[in-house]
Design a binder for this molecule. Structure first.
Ligand SMILES: Cc1cc2nc3c(=O)[nH]c(=O)nc-3n(C[C@H](O)[C@H](O)[C@H](O)COP(=O)(O)OP(=O)(O)OC[C@H]3O[C@@H](n4cnc5c(N)ncnc54)[C@H](O)[C@@H]3O)c2cc1C
Length: 383
């Protein structure tokens, strides 16, 4: 639980808090929170984060990082999110993601430049749906030394500036090899790969729709083997889900604290909002749900420290914590009233941000199906 952390993690939490207070919040004054920060500010954040030993937590030791474990990452991410700084996104170094097990040439050409911050990949998994969507998911067929890729991907975060895409495809079986899913590393600018549309989502993220019209990609650009696409794409899914849950809990902490201050100040109707029983009931719900979410988050982080069999718990935690923070921010908006809905108010921004969390990295109901499947079909999962 958060209160039984070992001394090194208490020190990490205190260091992160002090970093937010002393560095991030003063640096972000006057910046537009949804826009990318100017490069000198980003550099100052990174330099200070490196000095404090935070930047490398997400990076493997082989690349000079400190490769923090799940519990340390939860402490760091939750505390960072609880500071509610728009500069939080620049604090950690780029992690390997699904490239973690890339070897040989792919390691040198893709993983290492990503870890050094010299190249950026984008994940192209989601297929279009609805009217006009192709009747076949993105597919590839062998042709000599290449795969020829055809299809569309509808939601590629960071795709406009990415140097390469990690694309999930279905490879056709033929005389020269097996079929199955595969992750292909496709350089941006490859002939036959076009950005059909660039768009933003409500929390401020930038994304693109990609089209593949017979794009030729060397067969050596498969991450792992054909048939390993889904496991590769899901390779660090537990970490991603718990990361989302940790950010959700941090936002909930910030929000509850904000509401506490709001309802304990004077109100124009006289007295304090927090003196009214009806307000106390609503306020208590925010605290009860945040308490439960954090208890779950820390239990799952501890499970991940000692066992890699915590897929169900990571999925359940992502669902619960992101749904809790949705209710907490919504409840906070209600208690604060009209001011909270003015564009630019911190709760308005969080309201948009937390809404995305229940869809990105696995929609809640799809993860619920996974939790049930885990226990009913694989006998995996704890209560
Ligand atoms: C901020 C953001 C960033 C994203 N970044 C990326 C990215 O970088 N790369 C990428 O590939 N994708 C990305 N996505 C897309 C994201 O992964 C998908 O939106 C998400 O997986 C849901 O898929 P979908 O949008 O196709 O919705 P659908 O799969 O159509 O699901 C819509 C809804 O239908 C219901 N539903 C669907 N299937 C089932 C089922 N089997 N049983 C019951 N109910 C079901 C659920 O209510 C679900 O919420 C991003 C999305 C967001 C919001």
């Amino acid at each position: 639980m958060p209160e039984s952390l070992p001394p090194d993690l208490v020190a990490l939490r205190d260091r992160m808090r002090a970093f937010v207070e002393a560095d991030l919040l003063p640096l972000e004054a006057g910046l537009e929170p949804d826009a990318p920060a100017p490069s000198d500010i980003r550099q100052r954040v990174r330099a200070r984060s490196k000095e404090l030993g935070l930047f490398g937590m997400t990076q493997p030791r082989s690349a000079g990082g400190s490769e923090a474990g799940p519990l340390a990452m939860v402490v760091a991410r939750e505390t960072l999110a609880a500071g509610n700084s728009s500069l939080a996104r620049y604090v950690f170094g780029p992690g390997p993601g699904m490239l973690a097990r890339a070897d040989g040439d792919l390691r040198t050409r893709y993983l290492e430049p990503v870890l050094r911050g010299e190249a950026q990949g984008a994940f192209a998994f989601t297929e279009p749906s609805g009217p006009g969507a192709p009747d076949r998911a993105t597919w590839a067929k062998r042709d000599g030394e290449a795969f020829v890729v055809t299809g569309r991907k509808s939601f590629v975060s960071g795709g406009a500036t990415a140097d390469f895409y990690q694309v999930l495809v279905n490879v056709e079986e033929d005389a020269s090899g097996p079929g199955g899913t595969a992750v292909l590393l496709v350089d941006s600018g490859t002939p036959g790969v076009t950005i059909d549309r660039a768009f933003e989502s409500i929390e401020g993220g930038g994304h693109v729709e990609l089209r593949f019209d017979g794009a030729r990609v060397p067969q050596s650009n498969v991450l792992g083997k054909v048939g390993e696409g889904m496991p590769r794409a899901m390779g660090n899914i537990n970490e991603e889900r718990v990361e989302s849950a940790a950010s959700a809990c941090g936002i909930a902490l910030w929000t509850v604290d904000y509401v506490t201050r709001h309802i304990t100040q004077g109100h124009r109707a006289g007295g304090r909002l927090g003196d009214r029983e009806g307000v106390r009931l609503r306020y208590s719900d925010l605290r009860i749900e945040t308490y439960a979410a954090r208890a779950m988050l820390y239990r799952t982080a501890r499970l991940l420290e000692t066992s890699d069999d915590a897929m169900n718990e990571a999925a359940a935690t992502k669902v619960f914590c992101t749904e809790v923070v949705g209710r907490v921010v919504d409840g906070a908006v209600q208690l604060v009233g009209g001011q909270a809905l003015i564009v630019g108010h911190p709760l308005e921004r969080l309201y948009r941000r937390v809404r995305s969390m229940r869809v990105a990295a696995g929609a809640s109901d799809v993860l619920r199906l996974g939790v049930a499947r885990g226990i009913i079909e694989f006998n995996a999962g704890r209560l």
